[in-house]
Design a protein around this ligand. Structure first.
Ligand SMILES: Cc1cc2nc3c(=O)[nH]c(=O)nc-3n(C[C@H](O)[C@H](O)[C@H](O)COP(=O)(O)OP(=O)(O)OC[C@H]3O[C@@H](n4cnc5c(N)ncnc54)[C@H](O)[C@@H]3O)c2cc1C
Length: 479
């Protein structure tokens, strides 16, 4: 990295906010998809929009690629560089600028950790609904970039339904202020366009979010399935709950390997160890609604063979049941040193069939599969437990991951339920989109970033836009 540039950047945001020594750079060389890594040349930690804009203007002047980064919990390699460039991270942008309880919104820094937003508005009896299982670490800006979901996406929808405004720094270092809360945008919906753009359009520095009123009553339920076909029956129960029109706010499935890992870990939730699957279900609303829905769900799951049905007796038990689910990926460190979290979505009527298909694929490749997923959304997470120090096993993991995606798309599903395309699924994007589709996306990307310096090599194959641009053709070989 050009020494003069580093000095200029240090003048702009301070020496501590410019990370250039190799040891500190190590923590930025991958995200939670640890099988891929590459060193960053430099990491910048601006504290606000003005500092981010000043840095990005300078990087534009030197024609240097930029990789935006939140907490690095992404599971598709999105927040790590491919072939050099500068990482601009939002870790110091954790401000809560304003909370408007009457109008139900807040404006926060993009680096605010998801759960801290809910903590910040709890005293007003409000909460921020999108709740990725990583919510104790991931940032609101990362959620915006990936249009993240979570267990409660079943009732509340994913991030895009909760973003009312943004401040964006463009790759050229200009500031676009779209932060005024809008439910129904005037003109071109740039906020809607930006959500899900995976760091390829610019850096979000401030986010205006919609807040939800805390429900009158919340009940958390656990339906336990045993026996060889327990996982099948758990899947059937989900399809049936939806088909008959019951409306829980979350439905999650955990299989036997996941249950065992959680119960061995510090996230132990009291899930029955011998079970082949559990359904973790949440119901929210008024007392009458909640009681009725819980009774109906109990009757339905028992009819489909649930061996046991529990209702959390108090807040402590509720919290524990969710801790187990949200800590499940971490708990899988008990099974193997690495975890590959596949992320695809299938029609909810095909859950049984597709879970079986993923199990069969993993078996064929001799891999250990733990399944835990947002079943209510049809969002499968077949998790392959492996050791990335073994290149042969890692090769099998990659092949199995591709086959899982192919099977899900063939079944009428999609390439990503919530984690995005990033680097991981770029090779499979043609399963869903034609070259014309990709070129249309490429044109939109070029409108934001004519030189293709923002997160190059992610999300859309560069071939879809490179011919129209004067961008970094060399990065194409890294895709
Ligand atoms: C244990 C675990 C559980 C998870 N559970 C869920 C889940 O339930 N649902 C779900 O959807 N995901 C889940 N994830 C994936 C991940 O947490 C989400 O994708 C999350 O939104 C990433 O946020 P982050 O701050 O870590 O972003 P990063 O990983 O740092 O970045 C993600 C992407 O966003 C871009 N980006 C980051 N910040 C900005 C910004 N301010 N402006 C523009 N672009 C930006 C990056 O370039 C990158 O492409 C999970 C991950 C883990 C490790």
């Amino acid at each position: 990295m050009d020494k003069a540039l580093v000095v200029e950047l240090e003048k702009l945001i301070g020496r501590d906010a410019v990370v250039s020594d190799t040891t500190r750079l190590l923590s930025y060389e991958s995200d939670a998809l640890a099988m891929y890594s590459a060193p960053a040349e430099l990491v910048l930690l601006p504290k606000d929009t003005a500092e981010a804009a000043a840095c990005m203007r300078l990087l534009a002047h030197y024609d240097i690629p930029i990789v935006p980064r939140g907490a690095g919990t992404g599971l598709t390699g999105g927040a790590r560089p491919i072939a050099g460039g500068v990482v601009v991270a939002t870790s110091r942008m954790r401000q809560v600028f304003e909370v408007h309880p009457e109008d139900g919104y807040a404006r926060v820094g993009a680096g605010l950790v998801n759960i801290d937003l809910t903590h910040a508005c709890k005293s007003h009896d409000l909460f921020y609904a999108p709740d990725p299982s990583s919510q104790r670490a991931c940032t609101i800006g990362g959620n915006v970039a990936n249009n993240s979901g979570g267990p409660h996406g079943f009732k509340y929808g994913s991030t895009t339904q909760h973003i009312m405004g943004l401040v964006v720094v463009t790759p050229q270092g200009d500031i676009i202020d779209l932060s005024k809360p809008k439910v129904d945008p005037d003109g071109v919906d740039l906020v809607g366009l930006f959500v899900g753009s995976e760091g390829t359009f610019g850096l979000a520095t401030e986010v205006t979010v919609k807040l939800e009123p805390c429900p009158e009553l919340v009940e958390t339920l656990l339906a336990v399935f045993t026996g060889e076909d327990g996982l099948d029956r758990a899947c059937d129960a989900v399809s049936e709950i939806i088909a008959v029109g019951l409306e829980p706010s979350a439905i999650e499935i955990l299989d036997s390997l996941t249950i065992a890992a959680v119960e061995e870990s510090s996230f132990a939730a009291g899930y029955p160890r011998g079970a082949s699957a559990v359904l973790l279900i949440e119901v929210e609303g008024t007392e009458t609604e909640v009681r009725g829905t819980c009774d109906d769900i109990e009757a339905l799951t028992r009819r489909l063979g649930a061996a046991e049905f529990r209702r959390a007796q108090d807040e402590v038990e509720r919290h524990k049941l969710w801790e187990g689910r949200k800590g499940a990926f971490g708990a899988m460190g008990r099974v193997a040193p690495d975890l590959y979290v596949a992320d695809a979505v299938v029609p909810r009527t095909k859950l049984r069939e597709m879970v079986r298909a993923t199990v069969a694929i993993a078996e064929r490749y001799g891999l250990k599969l733990a399944t835990v997923f947002h079943a209510g959304d049809g969002n499968l997470h077949p998790n392959i437990c492996y050791d990335r120090r073994d290149p042969e096993e890692t090769g099998r993991v990659v092949k199995a991951g591709v086959e899982i995606l192919e099977a899900c798309v063939k079944a009428g599903g999609s390439l990503t339920g919530e984690h995005g395309i990033g680097l991981e699924k770029l090779g499979e994007i043609g399963l869903l989109f034609s070259e014309h589709d990709l070129q249309a996306m490429g044109r939109v990307r070029l409108a934001w970033d004519p030189k293709l310096r923002m997160n190059p090599g992610k999300t859309i194959p560069l071939r879809a836009c490179v011919e129209l641009s004067d961008g970094p053709r060399s990065a194409e070989s890294a895709v």
